[in-house]
Design a protein around this ligand. Sequence first.
Ligand code: ADP
Length: 544
Amino acid sequence: MRGLMMDRPLLIGALIQYAAEYHGDTEIVTRTTEGPIYRYTYAEAERRARQLAKAMKRLGVGLGDRVATLAWNNHRHFEIYFAVSGIGAVCHTVNPRLFADQLRYIVNHAEDKVLLLDLTFVPIAEKMAGEWPGVRHYVIMTDREHMPQTSLPGALCYEEIVAGETPDLVWPEFDENTASSLCYTSGTTGNPKGALYTHRSTLLHSFAICSANAVGVSMRDAILPVVPMFHVNAWGIPYAAAMSGAKLVFPGPKLDGASLHELFTAEKVTLSLGVPTVWLGLLQYLEQTGKRLDGVKRVTVGGSAAPRAMIAAFEEKYGVQCIHGWGMTEMSPVGTLALPKLKHLERSTDELLAIKSKQGLPLFGVDMKVVGADGAARPHDGASTGELLVRGPWIVSGYFNDDQATAAAFDEEGWFRTGDVSAIDGDGYMIIVDRSKDVIKSGGEWISSIDVENAAMGHPDIAEAAVIGLPHPKWDERPLLIVVPKPGCQPSKDSITAFLGDKIARWQLPDDVVIVPELPHGATGKVLKTQLREQFKDYRLPTA
Ligand code: ADP
């Protein structure tokens, strides 16, 4: 028997409409690319999104057309998210930190028709425009006063095209499985691959991350997403904020510790989200200045493993709850979050820290399995490792126009291969051992580069650490530890080895330590292991 409930589509247009109607006077604050702070409300944002939607239609954007952005986290980018998806077009956020080759590939592969860009990225687009034959219109996200001299063909001014329209548009209704946005994974090997989200997947993901077992977003929050809107839709925060009526604070181009701290304080931010590199910068700034994080209740860390020392610093030194999460572009992105259960709350600080350092429990909707080389599921004992596969309504079912990548990414039952080596413990918490391509294979045993990095980052003089495997005649591979000291510190190799001595097993200790001024980071803030392997390919371990 079929139930008797309305089958109403889950649509992004309805999200912003809800925010405007019920949280219309809630603020959205931006540090603009032009410099000053700009503030307005959900009601104004929604009205402008309707005007922009009409402007997009006037430029020829229709159902399913791709509209690209090259932009920071700001109020105009927020309007674009809703205007483009709201009329059934696809908002394709492009990561401006990608290399020219990748930018060429992505914009052409997506067949973007219109590109909206921040002032900062005009030079990049000018260089690329000749190689983007399909882009018909460039819209610069600024007002007339700040419009630059540019070689971009027929460049339009964002504020002008918005002002040129009246807001009389009704958000249309269509199938909730319509594509809404597109984001390519930076992919360290091969071509970037497009994850094509739907209205339905986006709304289900928003419900999930708003829940108290996840990030617990509510209308009593002021949220500052440091994670870029060009990286997996800023982890879904713009949608979750609209769904819950939370105040939004957009940091624009300034992501250093001092600028973030200033906004945290001035705008009474309660929740912020970002990758470990960003938090390293903030924590160093706090240490140097003696400043506090008053008012900030929680920070979310993901994208790479959060070092235990980072979680401890937030929680113990600054009294800020630190939520460690794991996800992927292909998962919208949130898969797991490491919040303790009721039964854990009595445990010691140290035991709790161990739980919070795991990648965490899956949200309802995300199915996980860890399989061995034989394809059989591994027991949930926290120690049996294997490849992690996932499945769920906000996980990709294929890559956009890429049969080859799609064929390689799924098992026979349709589970998505994450490429992560993991274990699941008895309570269901998932632990990432490594990316399968980064794990170090020493004498038939695996060494987790993440474990060694994590331990090294607990050293008081070390800011950042990376571990790669180097060839070894006896063990196949052995770990090399590469570290960046904190400003003004000069840790010795011996002090680092001694420090690691009681934190990881003897056979996992790095065979050598190299001290460098900085590590190479990819477009999403992750350490680029491929580049490190290239850089150290002729390095001989003293043990080899
Ligand atoms: P990219 O565009 O850099 O590929 P993704 O966000 O899609 O960005 O990368 C996903 C991968 O990042 C995961 O498969 C995992 O290897 C790694 N990752 C994400 N979060 C964590 C975490 N909390 N701990 C360890 N690894 C993580």
